[in-house]
Design a protein around this ligand. Structure first.
Ligand code: NAD
Length: 249
């Protein structure tokens, strides 16, 4: 098992991509803190991990609040004695509107979760990783961290921010044995997409992926797992797209 004896936090782990990452981490031997703003899905993920013989707890945290991130890391270290891996995955879609009409409160909310949340996460995870002798962080960006997308200005801006933030933190901590990478999923079948798109819009999205389908959360989890493990020991400051060919066009 490639994450034996490791302690990991996954944010937004109650659903979609984060859920699959948490499950995969646990299958590979990590003790997993399943964190989410909502209890419902997260408790079910903890149960699923335990049923398969893994170790996990739920800690509630809103990643857009600095104090929640601080408490999340503190409670993790109290419970499991260290922190080696963090996956900053929590994210929201936000309103669909062109820039000239974009709702100001929607902008604040999306930046608060999708960009500030990743900064606050790393702000408190990094000292704990240093105290544990190093580790790995995987930030979940998006293909929309590399290119624009109509009517999604806040999301696109936040995800571009996550890529730059990841590179900067990676430079700062590479000498201290912390690897920090970002991943850029294409459109993945999750409740986030279902909540934001009609079936017709969903079908149109398929056409943007040369591979001819949307991605699965479990496929994205494989990349996050690899980056979190010592198999990726020479990989830091990278952005990996996992997008069925979307960005190759
Ligand atoms: P999802 O809606 O299925 O899951 C997101 C989880 O995050 C939910 O459980 C939700 O409760 C939680 N969450 C929301 N706000 C939070 C907050 N403030 N603090 C803590 N938890 C919070 O979404 P998903 O599709 O699995 O998305 C996960 C990540 O992947 C996001 O960062 C998203 O931007 C990114 N992503 C998704 C896609 C896609 O097509 N689904 C593509 C690229 C990137």
């Amino acid at each position: 098992k490639i994450l034996e004896n490791k302690v990991a936090i996954v944010t937004g782990a109650g659903s979609g991509i984060g859920k699959e990452i948490a499950i995969k981490y646990a299958e590979e031997g990590a003790k997993v803190v399943v964190s989410d703003i909502s209890e419902k899905g997260a408790n079910a993920v903890v149960e699923e991990i335990k049923k398969k013989g893994g170790e996990a707890i739920f800690i509630k945290a809103d990643t857009s609040k600095p104090e929640d991130n601080e408490v999340l890391v503190k409670q993790t270290v109290v419970k499991y004695g260290a922190l080696h891996i963090a996956c900053n995955n929590a994210g929201i879609g936000g309103p669909a509107s062109p820039v000239g009409e974009y709702p100001l409160d929607g902008w604040e909310k999306v930046i608060g979760v999708n960009l500030n949340g990743v900064f606050y996460g790393m702000r408190y995870q990094i000292p704990a990783l240093l105290a544990s002798g190093g580790g790995a962080i995987v930030n979940v960006a998006s293909i929309l961290g590399q290119v624009g997308f109509r009517n999604s200005a806040a999301y696109v801006a936040a995800k571009h921010g996550v890529v730059g933030l990841t590179q900067t933190a990676a430079l700062e901590y590479a000498p201290q044995n912390i690897r920090i990478n970002a991943i850029g999923p294409g459109f993945i079948k999750t409740p986030l997409l279902d909540a934001n798109l009609s079936p017709e819009a969903m079908n149109a999205l398929v056409g943007l992926h040369p591979i001819g389908r949307l991605g699965e959360s479990a496929e994205v989890a494989e990349l996050a797992l690899w980056l979190s493990s010592s198999k990726a020991s020479f990989v830091t400051g990278s952005y990996y797209n996992i997008d069925g060919g979307y960005l190759a066009q």
